[in-house]
Ligand binder design. Sequence first.
Ligand SMILES: *Cc1c(COP(=O)(O)O)cnc(C)c1O
Length: 464
Amino acid sequence: MRYVSTRGNSPALDFEQVTLAGLAPDGGLYVPETWPTLSNAEIAGLAGLSYVDTAVTVMTPFVGDALTADELRDLCTRAYSRFAHAAVTPLVQLDHDQWLLELFHGPTLAFKDVALQLVGLLFERFLLGRADHLTVIGATSGDTGSAAIDALAGRAGVDVFMLHPAGRVSEVQRRQMTTVLSPNIHNIAIDGDFDDAQGLVKAMFNDPAFSGRFALSAVNSINWARLMAQVVYYFYAAVRLGAPDRPVAFAVPTGNFGNVFAGWVAAKMGLPIAKLVVATNVNDILHRALSTGDYSRGIVTQTHTPSMDIQVSSNFERLLFELGGADGRASADQMRGFEATHALRMTNRQCEGAAALFTSDRVDQHDMASAMGWASEHGGEVIDPHTGVALAAARRAGLDMPVVTLATAHPAKFRDAVERATGIRPTLPGRLGDLFQREERYATMPATLAAVSGYIAERATARV
Ligand SMILES: *Cc1c(COP(=O)(O)O)cnc(C)c1O
């Protein structure tokens, strides 16, 4: 399988190269050159398979010959053995037609574990094979950092430097990062906010000398291997609800459009998904884009669903490219216009293509809290605020079929908001029970490029 850039002006890569790459050199995102499909008979054949066997079947065409079948199965087995539920992503029924797909049973209680646990192993496998080394640098406001750190701790060939804004992540989130004491993990608390941290990371990537010397890499949601690993649970859930003979819908709490784009991929591969409900909070750029064709940046408002508090959805470029006829030149023009003006008008073709599969909704704090209350009182399930946003959208979408809401975080990660909405204070699961007793290690420094890049240069492995 070959991967091409959405901006049409970068060399095609194989799976190994695309896993280790971030953005394409032309600024685009990588997508498969052609989309593999599974026949109805093959989809029916997934019924009853374990999560790992489903993952191997769904991912094999994307991996190509970068790994043998045994290697892929071995990596999936190791990645998903760290989940606390035997089903990895169990499906829970809330009422006649409403379902939850629990994606939060991984080591850091966030759905990002599902992809990152596998990506950490893929990095190690490919870097060992090349006797190469990478330096992963990231900025986090909480969830991504802890999932990436857990996935990469102790992995050969990778050093991780994770910046977080000092005093602005919750104590649980900070401790999930800073109590990982592996020598290849470096946490940096900077005196500033998340945008300052993000700005420092961008500055280091934009310095070709620094970025080349330390082979900088990122594990954010533009990474193709992360998206690929998320396609699996759409198949896993849909066959349990009767696919390919019965259609099903999914409601997805959306930020960077990675999770829901994986649903688009599943549909493209032949899974009979009737609707994908894109749920946003009041930061509603995606709802505006999908309902009116106006993809234009607003001001970020802070909410109880921080992982959705964004105004640019990086993976949306992949959808625009696909719906625009996979024309790299047109896509590059459209995205350059967006970068210059912070606004983009979708073409008629893109709007019609999107409307065939997607619907969208904007959910405010009040409706989110009511959905959380309903899940607890009527469905017997305590859910987190992100999941609450998607469930609110799922319930008012008026779909006459099973609707699966993706549950993206464990409620114990957002205890205060959950307690306010439901009166129940969730407890941290046993495997994190001693989090508050564990030793922490992190450096604190001013939000200056000199301080942060100097710290990294002293500790990272330079290329010879
Ligand atoms: C990252 C995240 C999201 C958003 O997922 P995208 O792939 O960025 O759309 C939603 N909920 C939670 C809890 C997350 O951590």
